[in-house]
Design a protein around this ligand. Structure first.
Ligand code: 0X9
Ligand code: ZN
Length: 434
């Protein structure tokens, strides 16, 4: 009786509810259909069992990663056998990966770290929580106050549905000269933890200096805006409660939460193209374009600062891709060759360090069509010419649960890619309407 009372009390206090969800025995399958017909059958299976497609089949390469809960495993494997598609277990036990990530992240905070760049105060080899990310940005601003060659300031672009700050930090020379700008964001999707880590590393390299000495040239050429965490509520929820959360955390009713912010931007917004009108779906597009506070924050900020904004880069994971618009159609923008060439400068620079291979192309043609993405809006709605979605490491071995020991290599190569991409842009031409 006492036990029952305690359980009820715990439930009321929310203790039970706040236990993180477990993923014991949950698997990610890599499925390779041999033909278009097999592909159609696998996709039908995916719909039938309401499976979460972690990595979609690409044009000319049908392999895909599909997340399967234990109770669905037997029927799904049986059906795949009947179809004849090749199946490999990519991730055998998701909980094991999550446990490893948790313990190595904890260890990483305890060990002395060798931060790239000269900032002793922040560990760039770990996944941080919201509050420490906010604090880091403030510390950067304080630090630049005693630096003569670089300046930084924070703007709160808006607040999340749960009231957290959505911050952007401007990093610039501070010599009174206004330069063309580049806007970079991360963390629009909660579970893609590597993305905010990468953007924080970029800030660090630009402010404190980098191993390749790109920073001075980059500051001479551009003003920089970094918004490392666009979806703080979802991100926190993925840390405390459900590691694989993707959307924001707005309350939808029907006991469902969240809108996919990357289906909510207002250029050719269309839930029927890669999104959903079902509030419980992982790709729910929202009730209308820019229905969400988080996407509104980006919209307002970019519209207010788009004059002379040359590039918009949004960091996601995973799949190792450097994608340009459009995501809503298979047609290409008129200037796609400019975007393609610049992306290839980025990916070839990126591959120099560890040989990491990235695929370049339009998101519809390389990945799948999905309307309402921030990249499409930045280009089509705000007129920022060089607009990209970058899908960071890996190609599926760990998926969203990228091990802590890959943070630094991922960030180093990404920095190199970004720097050479930016230095290759021609700032002398009229560029910012296209
Ligand atoms: O589906 C997405 O939102 C992105 N992939 S992810 O696995 N990180 O969720 C790709 C977005 C590509 N851009 C557009 N479709 N506009
Ligand atoms: Zn994403």
């Amino acid at each position: 009786m006492a036990g029952v009372t305690i359980s009820v009390l715990l439930l009321l206090c929310g203790y039970v509810a706040s236990e993180p969800a477990r993923f014991d025995g949950h698997k990610v399958l890599q499925i390779v259909p041999h033909s278009l017909q097999e592909l159609q059958q696998v996709l039908a299976l995916h719909d039938l069992y309401d499976l979460d497609m972690w990595r979609h089949p690409r044009k000319g390469n049908h392999s895909m990663d599909v997340y399967v809960e234990p109770e669905k495993l037997e029927p799904v494997l049986g059906a795949l056998k009947t179809i004849g598609a090749h199946v490999k277990v990519w991730i055998d036990d998701l909980q094991r990966l999550i446990d490893e990530e948790k313990s190595s992240n904890k260890r990483s905070f305890q060990l002395p770290y060798t931060s790239q760049g000269r900032n002793p105060g922040f560990n760039h080899e770990a996944y941080h929580r919201y509050s420490s990310i906010v604090q880091y940005l403030r510390d950067v601003v304080t630090a630049t106050q005693s630096m003569s060659t670089v300046n930084a300031s924070i703007t709160t672009m808006g607040y999340s549905s749960e009231g957290r700050e959505i911050n952007v930090i401007k990093v610039f020379r501070g010599d009174g000269v206004s330069r063309p700008s580049i806007f970079i964001d991360g963390g629009i999707h909660a579970r893609e933890w590597i993305a905010p880590a990468t953007v924080l590393y970029f800030i660090n390299q630009l402010v404190y200096g980098d191993e390749f000495d790109f920073a001075p040239q980059l500051l001479d050429k551009f003003d920089w805006y970094f918004a490392p965490l666009l979806n703080p509520d979802g991100y926190e929820y993925s840390h405390t409660t459900y590691r694989l959360w993707r959307k924001n955390r707005v309350e939808q009713g029907r006991n469902c939460y969240g809108t996919d912010l990357n289906r909510n931007f207002g250029y050719e917004w269309n839930p029927a193209v890669g999104g959903s009108t079902n509030v419980c779906s992982d790709v729910y597009s929202g009730s209308q374009p820019f229905s969400e506070k988080e996407s509104q924050a980006v919209e307002t900020f970019i519209l207010n600062n788009r004059q002379n904004m040359m590039a918009y880069l949004t960091y996601h994971s995973y799949g190792q891709m450097w994608l340009y618009p459009w995501g809503y159609t298979s047609a290409l923008p008129a200037d796609w060759q400019d975007l393609d060439a610049a992306a290839k400068v980025g990916t070839s620079a990126l591959s120099q360090l560890y040989g990491t291979n990235y695929v370049v192309g339009s998101s519809t043609n390389v990945l799948y069509s999905a309307a309402g993405g921030s990249d499409d809006w930045a280009k089509g709605g705000a007129g920022v010419k060089y607009s990209y979605t970058i899908e960071l490491r890996d190609t599926g071995a760990h998926g969203f649960v990228l091990p802590v020991n890959q943070i630094l290599p991922n960030n180093r190569e990404s920095w190199r890619g970004l720097a050479e991409f930016a230095l290759s842009l021609n700032t002398n031409r009229g560029f910012h309407r296209g």
